[in-house]
Design a protein around this ligand. Structure first.
Ligand code: CP
Length: 335
């Protein structure tokens, strides 16, 4: 099992099945805090530096929320243009400086492998919040947590599942990281629905192949959605040379209520890392599915808080001290 305390979390390749089970178990322990039944102040006084050099809503806010829910403070910078990277400072120098201010760092950057480069200069653990088209390990972990919790309703676990990955599988870092994690489980059947030009990279396919999983690659949605989980993705416009090139692929595999009724199983769970592109020309996941019980996208986003809390607790060595540092909730919300 991976040693978490004091270590960076840069890639899902660092994780074996036992490490993942540990992360998912610690994540489940965070529910009373994320649902505001109790407060936890085990990280009181600790500082997270949150460095997001690429746009984000969920990952950035949920990292910060997760750290706050464990009692820690968050400092952040958003956008390369607002940091001294724009003045030519290297990632190494930035890491040397910021790690001196912090106990842990979460970072997103548009360049592949940049977070690992940054981590080389950091004296504190760095968690990868997404590095270009490469990886998004915390998203993959929250996706796995979501698959596990959704499948429990049907008496299933993380083995023996049929999963459809759909959309921009070439540039989508969430499906790259998730596929690598799925390779650790048994007897999976993975159907990949994408335009030919946006197929899953060979490097990821070979990992699934080595795991003995059945892989189907297709550019047809019809007949390929009767899975336990359909994981839809957005055309990653920001990874194309031009917006015009991305336009060629938008709207190809729109999933709506009619498509669900025609091609999914009765209980197929729909996931999406979000953001979904709701513009009419894309609309990969239609709002007419919002009332579908098996649409898991908002539960999935909420699970991001749990998983990121768990990673902070593990990296800072407090995962077994949570209950020693609890307080009652003193305020009321409408929840
Ligand atoms: N899923 C995800 O990474 O969302 P954000 O880009 O909003 O962080």
């Amino acid at each position: 099992m991976m040693t978490f305390q004091g270590n960076h979390i840069l890639s899902v390749s660092q994780l074996d099945r036992e490490s993942i089970t540990r992360i998912l178990d610690v994540s489940a322990k965070m529910v009373p805090y994320s649902t505001r039944q109790k407060r936890c102040y085990v990280l009181e006084g600790a500082i997270l530096s949150s460095l997001f050099f690429e746009p984000s809503t969920r990952t950035r806010i949920s990292f910060g929320t997760a750290f706050n829910l464990l009692g820690g403070f968050v400092r952040e910078t958003v956008g390369e243009e607002n940091s001294s990277l724009s003045k030519g400072e290297s990632l190494f120098d930035t890491a040397q400086v910021i790690s001196g201010y912090s106990d842990i760092i979460a970072m997103r950057h548009p360049k592949m492998h940049s977070v690992a480069e940054f981590a080389q200069g950091s004296s504190v653990p760095v968690i990868n919040g997404g590095d270009g088209a490469n990886e998004h390990p915390t998203q993959a972990l929250l996706d796995l947590f979501t698959i596990q919790s959704e499948m429990q309703h049907f008496g299933k676990n993380l083995d023996n599942l049929n999963i459809t990955l759909m959309g921009d599988l070439k540039h989508g870092r969430t499906v790259h990281s998730l596929s690598k994690l799925l390779s650790l489980y048994k007897n999976m059947s993975i159907t990949m629905v994408s335009p030919d030009a946006l197929r899953m990279p060979d490097s990821v396919l070979s990992i699934l192949d080595d795991a003995g999983h059945k892989i189907i690659q297709t550019d047809k949605l019809e007949g390929n959605l009767s899975s336990d989980v359909v994981y839809q993705t957005r055309i990653q416009q920001e990874r194309f040379a031009s917006s015009g090139e991305a336009d060629l692929y938008r709207g190809h595999f729109s999933l709506n209520k009619q498509v669900y009724q025609d091609y999914c199983k009765k209980n197929t769970v729909i996931m999406h890392p979000l953001p979904r592109d709701s513009r009419p020309e894309a609309n990969e996941l239609d709002n007419d599915l919002n009332d579908l019980q098996h649409l898991a996208i908002f539960r999935q986003a909420q699970n991001g808080v749990l998983v990121r809390m768990a990673l902070f607790a593990l990296a800072l060595g407090v995962e077994n001290k949570l209950t020693d540092y609890e307080k009652p909730i003193t305020w009321h919300t409408t929840k």
